[in-house]
Structures are given as C-alpha cells and as structure tokens.
Design a protein around this ligand. Structure first.
Ligand code: GAF
Length: 375
C-alpha cells in the first residue's frame, strides 16, 4: 500500500537518503562561526522522487500518512505549516538562488527519531536537496546543498539554526567524524574507530520533546551576537582562550556564561580532534562530560532528564557523556566500553524509572554515510 506507483500512478525516477546525526562535541558553536564534530547516524530519511510537469510539489510522508500538494510558484516563507515546510523550503531556496527547478512528486519515509535532537529536520531538508540536485541536473556540491537547506530552515521555516546539522547530513563519511569550521566550511574527515578501541557510543533519547522553534534558541543566538558586537568581534569564534578573562570583564553579567561556553567549547572540539588523531577515542570521555557541564551551568540548555542521563551513565562506568544537539531535552550520548553498553543503558533506564521519568529510548551510533543516491 502507498508505494510510489500507487500514490502517483507512475514509477519514481530514483531514491535518495540523508541521515540524522549526533554531534560528538561543539554545541552552539556553529552560529558563532566555530568548530563542530558530528557523525552521521545509520538512520535516514529516504525520498523516492520524480519530476512533475505541472508545477506541483506533492509530498507524501509514511510517518504522517498524509499527502500535501503545493504549487511551486506560490511557495513563500511561512506559508507551509508543519513537516511539509522543510521540503517545501528547500524547493523555495533553490528557486530563490536562481536554480531552474519545478515541481516533483515525493514519497518520504524516515527512521530518524523526530524531536529527539538527532536532526530529523535537517535530514528531511537534505534528502530533498539531494534529490532535486540530481533530478534537475543542478551539479551543486554537498556543501552548497547544505547551505541551501539551512537557508530553507532559516528563512522559510523560520528557525535560526546554524549550519552543523545540514553539513553533517550532507558531508559525513562512514567511520569518520566531520571536523567542520563553520566560518568558511572547511572540513576534515577524522577517523573514529570505536569498535577497534573496544568502545561504543550509546544514544539515549530522553523523550523530552526537543523543539528549536520556541524562541529559546533564538534568544541564545542573539545573546552571542550581542556579546560579539560589544567586544568588537565579527563573531565569538574570534575570541581565543587566552583573551577570555579580559573579554569577560567587559561584558554585562548575563552574557558572561554564554561567551565562556562558546570559547571553551571550541577548545574542547580541538582537544577532541587531537585525541582522535592520536588514535585514543576513549580520551574523548572527560571532554564530553566537561562539555555537558558547560551546557548545563553556563549555556543552560540542559534539563533534569539530560542531566540525570549523563550522571547515571558516568556513574555506571561510561568514559564520558553529554547532551547532544540544541538541548531543552533531546538525546544524550555516552561513550562506553562496548561490553558495558547494555549495563550502562540499563542503569540509566533504572535511574529514569526511579525519578518517575518516561524510559529513554536507546540506540548505538556508528559513524555512517552522508546523503546519497540509493538507486
Ligand atoms: C541545533 C541547530 F540546528 C544547530 O545548528 C546547532 O546550533 C545545534 O542546535 C547546537 O549545537 O541542532
């Protein structure tokens, strides 16, 4: 039921996939033009697609079991509510950038948990960008598609996200983390051999709904931009750890913890890359836990559930743990010995039960491939 031919009365021209992500370290640094270090998840959004000749964009989602039909010429920021705004925004952004694209029929399916801070929205944008790039022969690079997908989210959906999630979904490679400089989008694939080191990366979805659209994310971003302006910097990225104390002394008290987080977090990304380059992924553990403390105490984007998951994971023997993504709920990652993964997950689950929280959903993250054509 509801396969492409049944929905649209003809075969698709191809099928594409784009993954969700977890970020190893480098949170709330991307819009400050700093460093991030995400890996792609094996979980993807898939799109079967074919060009339509009638100027219509038809979107069917296997999760919503809903068909949305839109006229491409009528697409305008804010005009498409709900999940369909993300794919529609990509088509709008492509046209805005002058690319000669028209309508398409898409059948979308996903196993990226939504609302879990695992970047299901960016995966949805990126799979549509990848499909359109091939269907309409645009010849855009993965990074160019990521920038257009971010523009869709910023200007069409209205969420002021940075570039990390779209770059992760488009550009990650199997077995590697993407060391990305958000200032100029230079990137390096850093090998991450967790299995070879006897390690595993647990993802614990706290099931506390993560939503970037509620204004808190925008307020944090605005705070960082105000701090940079007060310091006379183009972005907080330009502030080095050696200049941090002097800079903090010049800022109003409410901006001090934000700036401290961003500067120390950029340094943690560089430290994490150095450990991975040295072939010592277990040494990431304390860096992850320090990153969580900074997000909890300085940036204040954790919540009781993510704090408890981190504490319980570390108490159960994890090398380190932290919330991942924007915060306000979502998921925690825990770096564990592979043979202790079940034990750590069980201990976090028991702690949640004891606290009266809904049980976390657990998966194991393996660095997977970015957006690609499947057939
Ligand atoms: C969300 C945003 F979409 C990213 O751009 C990034 O800012 C992240 O939160 C925090 O690091 O995932």
């Amino acid at each position: 039921m509801n396969d492409f031919a049944q929905l649209y009365g003809r075969p698709s021209e191809g099928e594409w996939a784009a993954p969700g992500r977890v970020n190893l370290i480098g949170e709330h640094t991307d819009y400050n033009l700093g460093f991030v270090l995400p890996i792609a998840l094996p979980q993807t959004v898939r799109a079967q697609a074919a060009r339509s000749g009638d100027g219509q964009l038809r979107l069917w989602s296997a999760q919503g079991r809903e068909l949305v039909a839109l006229r491409v010429d009528d697409l305008a920021p804010g005009s498409v509510p709900g999940w369909a705004g993300y794919p529609a925004g990509v088509v709008w952004a492509l046209r805005e950038a002058g690319h000669p694209v028209g309508g398409a029929d898409l059948r979308l399916d996903s196993d990226v948990p939504s609302g879990a801070g695992l970047s299901s929205s960016a995966a949805l944008e990126c799979v549509v960008a990848a499909a359109y790039n091939d269907l309409y022969g645009l010849g855009l690079s993965a990074a160019e598609l990521a920038v257009l997908a971010q523009r869709a989210e910023n200007a069409f959906v209205g969420v002021p996200c940075g570039i990390m999630d779209q770059m992760a979904s488009m550009c990650c490679r199997p077995g590697a983390a993407l060391f990305l400089d958000s200032r100029d989008l230079t990137m390096r694939q850093v090998p991450v051999d967790l299995a070879g080191a006897g390690l595993a990366l647990l993802v614990l979805d706290t099931r506390v709904k993560h939503d970037l659209g509620d204004g808190a994310y925008a307020a944090l971003r605005a705070g960082c931009e105000r701090a940079a302006a007060l310091l006379g910097l183009p972005a907080l990225r330009s502030l080095q750890p050696s200049g941090l104390a002097d800079a903090l002394a010049q800022l109003p008290p409410e901006l001090v913890p934000l700036v401290r987080h961003v500067v120390t977090e950029n340094a943690r990304v560089e430290a994490a890359v150095a450990r991975l380059d040295a072939g010592d992924p277990a040494a990431l553990g304390p860096i992850l836990t320090a990153g969580h403390a900074s997000l909890r105490d300085d940036y204040r984007v954790s919540c009781p559930e993510t704090d408890l998951a981190v504490e319980a994971a570390v108490a159960a023997g994890a090398h380190g743990a932290r919330m991942t993504g924007g915060g306000f709920g979502g998921s925690v990652i825990a770096l564990v010995d592979a043979d202790a993964a079940g034990h750590v997950a069980a201990e976090v689950t028991a702690a949640f039960r004891a606290a009266g929280y809904a049980e976390p959903r657990t998966l194991t993250a393996v660095p997977a491939e970015g957006a690609r054509r499947l057939r």
